[in-house]
Write a protein that binds this ligand. Structure first.
Ligand code: IVH
Length: 702
């Protein structure tokens, strides 16, 4: 068929129309598949540009043949209109809530288990009850209704009986399939939580702050606001995520007999289910609820999203039915909380902190308060404008939020509790640390000290930035030591660090010889680094870890980066005019080039490579040695070798203590025996493919 027919200019014949329908269906299927790989599996199989191309092709087809546009078409995700209000939806099955166990200690889980056992009439001799344990996501509950596998309606919980129709906005969430995989039942309602990841939330607020717009209090509010946004194009700019955890109405589907089985089935249908879940036996013991609560409590800060607790559900559905409901809560489920991430406290004073780039940040000194698992005494107020908008003054009662490893912040003031008279906070005209003038560029929200590295605060922050784990990773070079080094005049610039000997360090106040030696060793160790770490550590404005990696990959060598023009820098992935100019300005300063030279002269080194090639140290198998033996089912020896090497690994001919993995196929001989006797991990072809995809599960001691 010709291109012109496809786009309807010649008046399509019957055949053209069915060909177009076939093509549209094929494109939709491909796009669904790739959206699932991208959003749900986090494992894209085609480049974004290719996805966009397929998407445009489908859009053009639908444009020419509007009758081919289906509600599950990926083109329909973001095309809603601005609404006057939301229609209401009566839930076919009420959306219930769960009882909350407020006791955040282990006893909370034990109390629930004891209640379940009592209700089920179990005696202490009966085996433990099996539970599905999962996370309690801090977002908002949504009911997704699929008919014949197609998403037809998404509704909020509302009062549990009647919710709001937010289908338009929910369609913008890439993780939510518009069509289910496989044989879909006539009706399947999937329930779960819409939430915003912490990094997406921080970015969103950062953007809001830069525009001088109102920021959101926490990810939950930002998510709820986005879902209930009447303009879907605004909703589409608020990055939301989703996890499924239950069912609503079901027709014509064989619901699995256990909750854990249900979640597995939802995954197969293409829905995102959080992998932090477990099947627990009773409350106590290695596989009990308490162990899950504690393990997740330890991981809570590192999770990419907020949770306010965990949820336990009796795993067997027949037992759930036996237990039934009390008023509006199931007897078979409970939420077991963690300490809150938001608390109230009082502002005792407002100080100014000077950052690495000279930015002056107002910081609230707080009456100590336990938030998100730690005691907080300071919280950022970001900038003068944010402080004014929130109307924070000394003496106010404020809401403090601390989640993950994000800096605690004041998110709002509790109205009506302000003392009689407190003067408005003012930004100082001189830097409180070095006395240099403070300026604010007209289009900027931030005030800055103009002192540069003359300012001790900026020098301290520059050192801490350089030494941090994600940069040069100089263990032990923390705030206290940096204060001593700068205030004592021992270190002025980064290269001075490498001139510190044992004697100078040991002479510092409260520094034992052993600790001084540890610092010397850490400095020595830090000299062997990578180009991205070094670049990031220099603290060039706007150069985060990701940009440092992109720059290193693109140019391969520091000298090329130092000499690159703005024009050349703009060719790097994700580098725009502001970032390019910032790099150029940094390296235009002779003293900054001097810092790089002196650091190199002090012995700081890394591997350089040809432009455009990957820094080998960033590859998943970097530093690992493999030995191949025997015949693999589908890969030839050369193919396997090439794959290992492409992932940064080395392939050796014989097994020794230095071998990290042996890949063994059929008729493997003495090498396999040797690996077994040395305790070297042995992989089959599947294991090799796993490790090539995901890297080693845990570091085998490299
Ligand atoms: S199950 C009948 N599981 O917590 C059981 N809820 O009051 C219905 N939530 O409104 C809920 N994570 O928004 C369930 N893994 C999880 C959850 C979860 C968060 C929310 C949900 C619900 C509230 C329960």
């Amino acid at each position: 068929m010709s291109q012109s027919n496809l786009f309807g200019t010649d008046g399509p014949s019957q055949n053209d129309a069915s060909e177009a329908a076939r093509q549209a269906a094929a494109l939709r299927a491909q796009l669904h598949h790739h959206a699932h790989c991208y959003y749900v599996l986090d494992d894209p199989q085609i480049p974004d540009a290719e996805y966009d191309r397929l998407f445009r092709e489908l859009s053009a087809l639908e444009e020419a043949h509007p009758e081919l546009r289906t509600p599950d078409s990926p083109t329909q995700r973001v095309l809603g209109r601005v609404l006057d209000g939301f229609a209401t939806v009566k839930h076919a099955v009420p959306m219930l809530s769960i009882r909350t166990e407020t006791d955040t200690e282990a006893s909370g889980a034990a109390a629930f288990d004891a209640r379940v056992r009592r209700e089920l009439g179990l005696t202490p001799q009966d085996p433990p009850v099996e539970y599905a344990a999962e996370l309690k996501f801090d977002g908002l509950a949504i009911n997704l209704r699929y008919e014949q596998g197609v998403l037809v309606c998404a509704a909020t919980r509302g009062d549990g009986e009647v919710g709001e129709d937010v289908t338009q906005n929910i369609r913008t969430i890439g993780q939510i399939p518009l069509r289910l995989n496989g044989d879909a039942p006539p009706v399947l309602e999937v329930r779960g939580e819409v939430y915003m990841r912490r990094d997406d939330f921080e970015l969103l607020n950062e953007r809001q702050r830069e525009k001088g717009d109102k920021t959101f209090v926490n990810p939950r509010n930002a998510a709820a606001g986005a879902v209930r946004q009447l303009d879907p194009s605004i909703a589409a700019q608020r990055p939301l995520s989703f996890y499924a955890y239950g069912l609503g109405e079901v027709q014509g589907w064989d619901v699995p007999g256990t909750h854990s089985g249900l979640l597995d089935a939802l995954i197969r249908l293409g829905l995102p289910v959080c992998h932090h879940r477990a099947v627990a036996q009773g409350a106590e013991g290695e596989h009990g609820l308490v162990a899950f609560h504690q393990a997740m409590g330890r991981q809570r800060d590192q999770l990419p999203f907020d949770i306010d607790g965990v949820v336990y559900k009796v795993n067997r559905r027949d037992l759930q039915d036996t237990l039934g409901f009390v008023t509006r809560e199931p007897r078979w489920a409970v939420a077991h909380k963690y300490p809150a991430q938001e608390e109230l406290t009082q502002v005792e004073s407002i100080d100014i902190q000077v950052g690495r780039t000279g930015k002056l940040t107002p910081v609230a000194r707080l009456k100590p308060v336990f938030v998100g698992g730690v005691t907080v005494t300071n919280a950022t107020l970001h900038n003068l404008f944010e402080l004014r908008r929130k109307r924070v003054r000394v003496g106010d009662t404020v809401i403090v939020r601390r989640a993950g490893d994000v800096i605690p912040e004041v998110v709002g003031v509790v109205p009506g509790e302000r003392p009689a008279y407190v003067p408005n906070f003012k930004m100082p005209a001189q830097c409180p640390v070095c006395g240099s003038d403070v300026v604010r560029e007209p289009a900027e929200v931030n005030h800055r000290c103009t002192g540069g590295l003359f300012c001790a605060a900026q020098r301290k922050q520059a050192l801490l930035h350089f030494a941090q784990r994600r940069a040069m990773d100089i263990e032990g070079l923390g705030e206290k030591l940096v204060d001593q080094l700068i205030d004592g005049g021992l270190v002025r610039t980064l290269p001075d660090l490498y001139k510190l000997g044992l004697l100078k360090l040991a002479a510092l106040d409260r520094m034992a010889e052993k600790s001084a030696q540890n610092i010397v060793d850490a400095l020595e160790k830090s000299k062997q680094t990578t180009l991205p770490r070094f670049l990031f550590g220099l603290g060039i404005r706007h150069i985060g870890e990701a940009t440092a990696k992109d720059l290193a990959k693109h140019f391969g060598q520091i000298d090329r980066i130092m000499d690159a023009s703005v024009e050349q820098l703009l060719h790097v992935n994700d580098v725009g005019p502001i970032v390019a100019q910032s790099i150029r300005t940094f390296f235009d300063q002779a003293h900054n080039r001097e810092v790089v030279e002196q650091l190199r002269a002090a012995g700081v080194h890394w591997e350089e490579h040809e432009p455009g090639t990957v820094d080998p140290t960033t590859l998943p198998l970097y530093g690992l040695t493999f030995v191949l033996t025997g015949t693999l089912p589908t890969l030839s020896r050369d193919e396997a070798k090439a794959m290992v090497e492409a992932a940064g690994g080395k392939v050796a001919g014989s097994v020794s203590k230095k071998t990290h993995y042996v890949v063994a196929g059929a008729e493997a001989g003495s090498k396999l025996d040797k690996a077994q006797s040395l305790g070297v991990p042995i992989l089959d072809e599947d294991g090799l493919r796993q490790i090539l995809l995901n890297g080693p599960a845990q570091s085998p001691g490299v």
